[in-house]
Design a protein around this ligand. Structure first.
Ligand code: CA
Length: 238
């Protein structure tokens, strides 16, 4: 075993269209031990973030093709929680607040010292690392990543919508326990009366569809108990 091996250096994406700033940031970050990839427009930025698993994104706001705020909005709407620091010459309080509201983790007004940027990055990366072990809910063959909203059932992995995620998370509190439709409606939809719709059933079907069909097809992690409700399968499977 190589005991000198260190943790892989954090992987950063820089989305910046001004060549001089991009070069300056990349030089500083590489010197500090980060792996930096660079793209110069919003569309390439978004594509890269969805394709790769970056530890952090540095995002300019005024960008060709897709501006930084639109990029961030699309990212968060899709449930992607990669940390983002905005780098922008727009320094007004309102611009900064809008950045935070859209889902930025921090805001770095231009011009800046690269040392200060690195300090901010360290705080965010460290926070994410400590939070990591608490981010997964697990039952026997099912795990749920609380940050990316990804669920895994045997070898099938899927990203769930917010509602599907909340439902599965609710059932996973006690695997094997049967939750009634009324309980599910109250806790997942915040509905206290019988709306006489099949929203619960439809949502369960969607989760089953997303998570079945793999090599070990056990028809998904949720079992319906006729006339009673639903439960997450617990125990061993044949
Ligand atoms: Ca720009």
């Amino acid at each position: 075993m190589d005991i000198t091996a260190t943790a892989p250096s954090p992987r950063i994406l820089l989305v910046e269209d001004e060549v001089k700033i991009a070069e300056f940031v990349m030089r500083g970050l590489e010197k500090a031990g980060y792996q930096v990839e660079h793209v110069a427009d919003g569309v390439s930025g978004l594509k890269n973030i969805f394709k790769n698993n970056y530890d952090l994104v540095l995002l300019d706001l005024m960008l060709p093709k897709l501006n930084g705020l639109e990029l961030l909005q699309q990212l968060r709407q899709d449930g992607n929680t990669t940390p983002v620091i905005i780098l922008s010459a727009k320094v007004d309080l309102n611009d900064r607040l809008l950045g935070f509201e859209t889902g930025a983790d921090d805001y770095m007004p231009k011009p800046f010292y690269v040392e200060e940027l690195i300090a901010k990055m360290r705080v965010i990366l460290a926070r994410r690392q400590t939070a990591q072990p608490l981010q997964t809910l697990k039952s026997v063959h099912l795990s749920l990543d609380l940050v990316s909203r990804k669920a895994r059932w045997f070898n099938v992995e899927a990203v769930l919508s917010q509602r599907e995620f909340t439902l599965l998370q609710y059932l996973m509190q006690t695997p094997g326990h049967i939750y009634s439709r009324q309980q599910i409606l109250k806790n997942v939809w915040d509905i206290n009366f019988d709306p006489e719709t099949n929203v619960v059933d439809v949502c369960v079907q969607r989760i089953k569809r997303k998570l079945s069909g793999g090599e070990n097809d056990h028809y998904g992690p949720i079992e319906s108990v006729r006339g009673v409700g639903y439960r997450v399968k617990a125990g061993t499977f044949v």
